[in-house]
Design a protein around this ligand. Sequence first.
Ligand SMILES: O=C(O)CCC(=O)C(=O)O
Ligand SMILES: [Fe+2]
Length: 259
Amino acid sequence: MRPGERIGGLVQSLSEHLVNNVEERMLEGARRDFLQNGFTKLPFLVPDRVKSSVADEIEDLVAEHGVRRGMSFKETGGTPRLMRNVRHREISEHGDVIPQVYGSTDLLGALGRVAGEPVLTCPYEPERYVITELEQSGDTHGWHWDDYSFALVWVVACPPAEHGGFVQCVPRTYWNKEDPQLHRQFIAQPIHSFELRPGDLYLMRTDTTLHRVYPLTRGRRLIINMGYASRADLHKQISHETMDGLWNGSRTDQAEQTA
Ligand SMILES: O=C(O)CCC(=O)C(=O)O
Ligand SMILES: [Fe+2]
């Protein structure tokens, strides 16, 4: 089978799964969670065959193109990013399955039913998809918001919660890049924590949900974050300091920024 046919078959099996196996009540349950917490797990959204093809591609890409980064950003109150990443550019150049799955019309339709509004491919390409591996003790994706409204995160590897790696979030919070006031956000509202397992997917309302990955003490955590836009995002002036800093520097820039 030619690669194009294999990938076409995978996207087709995702569409068939969404029509045949994902019931309205599952999407409605996810929608209630999502509106309440800015977060919902959706492991049922994608068939195992597609999950394992995406996972295999992620493993190959991180082995071949992963770059270690260590940074912090004043726009999110100086919180750390200690991780290995593969950026959009390398994923779209060397990946086959991920770019096709990302743009699947049926996947976007299902996400829109959960979000309660249209979920659109991100107009700013570097934020469409990024692979993140946490691999050392202390590695974390520290507290932040994202520039665009939605993230669909696919979990390939994750240690048990005893070793960190779970997601924490504070919904209904707003990002003032000049003065993010993280401590005030934590005082004003509770922090919700969610354990993840390999094979999980989750959808987060990332522009109004402050979130982080709890620092790892052992094991390995590997995900791909697929970023999507709302209609409103298309009309906003969005500056991209944190994501540009994280994902867009050249290898030399990154080496200089690495702690
Ligand atoms: O690793 C995760 O679960 C979250 C990733 C994330 O927040 C991001 O890439 O912006
Ligand atoms: Fe994020």
